[in-house]
Design a protein around this ligand. Structure first.
Ligand code: NDP
Length: 308
């Protein structure tokens, strides 16, 4: 019985090494080395091309090598009778905390503005905000959203989170689905950390922007599919939003002719907020493989019904 790795970039070496480090007895294969497809019982993948799982009739588990699972559901031939898993990892969470905290501080201290003014040789002191005076709203208050929320709160920001179910976290106000408008009304910085599902696709649109306070700032570190690009441009052009930091895009790399590239009010980063680290993540994959073999409950499972 074997574990199969499928990565869109075919970059396998670090993952095979890390999995062998986690469990030297694991047989780890790739599509290129899996001579007997019947031996494959679990696959872990990052953006496998559609149809990649079809040759393996004995698959019981398919895992995402990252926190996001939208790439699994993008494949219409994803088997319905397998257990899906994903990554929940402290390093992934702390990297995301650092990234979002940096963006929030940089925005309230006007650093992107000064970078642009420097290009024009302009000396123009501008009023900044203080951390305790700023409200940050986190759309998607799950594993990463809560980690980010707590890091921001410990830094002194006022923080609230929005999710399906209510969360009990001291000092952070939790809003549920039907309270979206109240949640948005006070979010001076809006951070999107939702999973991309049928329900959340296109949620960052003109209607949502209109419910944010004037001058709000958008940080999207979730998925490009959450954002309606044209609506963001309109909200920036009419000065309802003051700017945006975008780490994720509908098409990645962001096409050269995309209007976002030329905007001084948009900070573009190349999907680097938080990246799965093979050494950190391999032990939970090996653990799930052992659990699957023993018929035990798996860790970090994903609901096929909810899509996250
Ligand atoms: P989780 O599944 O732990 O959290 C998702 C949160 O979103 C939950 O709080 C859930 O509510 C809430 N949610 C989902 N659908 C809805 C909805 N329709 N309405 C209201 N709330 C909803 O995911 P993670 O925190 O681990 O990851 C979030 C996303 O971050 C990933 O899916 C991925 O796309 C992105 N990501 C981006 C990275 C980057 O480098 N840019 C790196 C890693 C992840 P409830 O808790 O009630 O179920």
């Amino acid at each position: 019985m074997a574990l199969l790795l499928i990565r869109n970039n075919k970059d396998y070496e670090a993952w095979i090494d890390a999995l062998h480090e986690a469990d030297p007895s694991l047989e780890v294969l790739t599509p290129e080395t899996a001579e007997d497809p019947n031996s494959v019982t679990m696959a872990v993948t990052w953006k496998a091309p559609n149809g990649s799982f079809e040759p393996y009739p004995n698959l019981k588990v398919i895992g995402s090598m990252g926190a996001g699972v939208d790439h699994l559901f993008n494949d219409p031939s994803l088997p319905k009778d397998v257990t899906l898993t994903r990554v929940v990892d402290e390093k992934l969470a702390s990297d995301m905390e650092e990234f979002v905290l940096t963006l929030c501080l940089s925005h309230i201290k006007n650093l992107p503005l000064y970078r642009n003014l420097q290009d024009q040789t302009q000396w123009k002191p501008t009023q900044y905000k203080r951390v305790p005076d700023v409200q940050v709203g986190i759309l998607g208050f799950g594993t990463l959203g809560q980690a980010v929320g707590q890091a921001l709160q410990q830094t002194g920001f006022q923080v609230s989170g929005w999710s399906h179910s209510r969360k009990e976290i001291e000092g952070i106000k939790s809003y549920t689905q039907d309270e979206l408008d109240n949640f948005l009304a006070q979010a001076e910085i809006l951070v999107c950390l939702l999973p991309l599902t049928e329900e959340t696709e296109g949620i960052l649109n003109a209607s949502l922007f209109s419910k944010l306070p004037k001058g709000a700032y958008l940080i999207n570190v979730a998925r490009g599919g959450h954002l309606v690009d044209a609506d963001l441009i309109e909200a920036l052009d009419n000065n309802h939003l003051s700017g945006a930091a975008l780490d994720v895009f509908h098409t990645e790399p962001l096409p050269e002719d995309h209007p976002f590239w030329n905007r001084k009010d948009i900070l573009i980063t190349p999907h680097v907020a938080s990246m799965s680290n093979a050494a950190s993540v391999a032990p939970q994959i090996a653990e799930n493989y052992r659990r699957m073999e023993k018929g035990e409950e798996l860790k970090n499972t994903v609901s096929q019904k909810k899509g996250y």
